[in-house]
Design a protein. Structure first.
Length: 266
C-alpha cells in the first residue's frame, strides 16, 4: 500500500481579514489568492459549493491554478442535506455530483455532507441516504464524509452503517456540538473549529503538537486516545488524513494549518 498522506488546510481562500499581510502578502492580487494559498497549504475545503452550483470551467480553473498533490474537499449542496426526508435527496445529489466536479481530476478530495445541528438520527432514513451516494463518476472514485451535529447520532447503529458504506464520520472539535471520533472510512476527515484570536496560530503550541500526534495516529491506522468514541473498533490500517482548521477565530486558521504542516514535515 502507498504511504498515507496527511493534508492540512482551511475553509475557502477569499476572506478579507487574511489580506494585508495576515496571510496574503501586502498588495497581493485577489485573483491570485488561490495560487498563494495552495502554495502554503495542502488542501482547501470549499464552502461555496454548499450554497450554489458552479460551472465545469470553474473547477478546471481551480485545478490549473494549484500545484500537483493539492486537493479540494467540496462541501455538498445544502439542498442534499437540509431536508426532512434524506431518502428523497437522490436528484439533488446527482445534480451536485454532475455539475462538473470531476474536472478537478486527481485534485478532487472528499465530498463533505454536512447536516444541520437540529437533524436527528433516523436509522432507516440515513441508511437510505448513504445508499444514494455515488461511488464513482467519470472514472474517478468518490470519497464521502458526513458531519452530523446532534447527539442522537452517537450510537453503534450509525457507526456500523457508515463503516459498511465506507463513509467517514467527520471528527469535529467544536464548542457547540458533540464530537464523534470513530473511524469508519478508508480515510479520516477532521475539522478543528475552536481557534482563538489571542494565539498567533489560533491554538497553543501544545495543542498543535497534540493535533499533529492525532493526525499521525490516524494516518498510521490507530484511533487517537482521549477522544469521544462510540465503539472504537475500527480496523487498523493506514489512512489518508485530512485536517481542516475552520471557524473560531477564522483569521488565525491559515497560521494553524501552516503550523501543523511544519510539525508533520509534509
Amino acid at each position: 500500500m502507498t504511504r498515507p498522506v496527511i493534508r492540512a488546510g482551511i475553509g475557502g481562500w477569499t476572506f478579507e481579514p487574511w489580506r494585508g499581510g495576515v496571510f496574503y502578502p501586502e498588495k497581493w492580487p485577489q485573483k491570485r489568492e488561490l495560487e498563494y494559498a495552495a502554495s502554503k497549504l495542502t488542501a482547501i475545503e470549499v464552502n461555496g459549493t454548499y450554497y450554489s452550483g458552479f460551472k465545469p470551467e470553474t473547477f478546471a480553473k481551480w485545478r490549473d491554478e494549484t500545484p500537483d498533490g493539492f486537493v479540494f474537499a467540496l462541501k455538498a449542496s445544502r439542498y442534499c442535506t437540509n431536508r426532512k426526508i434524506l431518502a428523497d435527496a437522490g436528484l439533488s445529489i446527482e445534480k451536485f455530483v454532475d455539475q462538473g466536479i470531476t474536472e478537478l481530476g486527481d485534485k478532487l478530495g472528499p465530498i463533505l455532507w454536512q447536516f444541520m445541528a437540529t437533524k436527528k438520527f433516523d436509522a432507516q432514513d440515513f441508511a437510505a441516504f448513504l445508499k444514494l451516494l455515488p461511488r464513482d463518476r467519470d472514472g474517478l472514485a468518490l470519497r464521502h464524509a458526513v458531519q452530523v451535529r446532534h447527539e442522537s447520532f452517537a450510537v453503534p447503529d450509525f457507526i456500523a452503517m457508515c463503516r459498511d458504506a465506507n463513509v467517514a464520520i467527520v471528527y469535529a472539535r467544536s464548542d457547540d456540538y458533540p464530537a464523534i471520533a470513530d473511524v469508519t472510512g478508508d480515510f479520516v476527515y477532521a475539522r478543528f473549529e475552536t481557534a482563538v484570536a489571542d494565539e498567533p496560530a489560533g491554538y497553543t503550541s501544545r495543542d498543535l503538537d497534540a493535533i499533529a500526534g492525532m493526525a499521525r495516529d490516524w494516518a498510521e491506522g490507530a484511533e487517537p486516545a482521549g477522544l469521544a468514541y462510540v465503539t472504537q473498533d475500527a480496523p487498523e490500517r493506514p489512512r489518508d488524513t485530512f485536517v481542516f482548521f475552520i471557524s473560531g477565530a477564522k483569521e488565525r486558521n491559515p497560521a494553524a494549518a501552516q503550523a501543523l504542516i511544519a510539525r508533520l514535515g509534509e
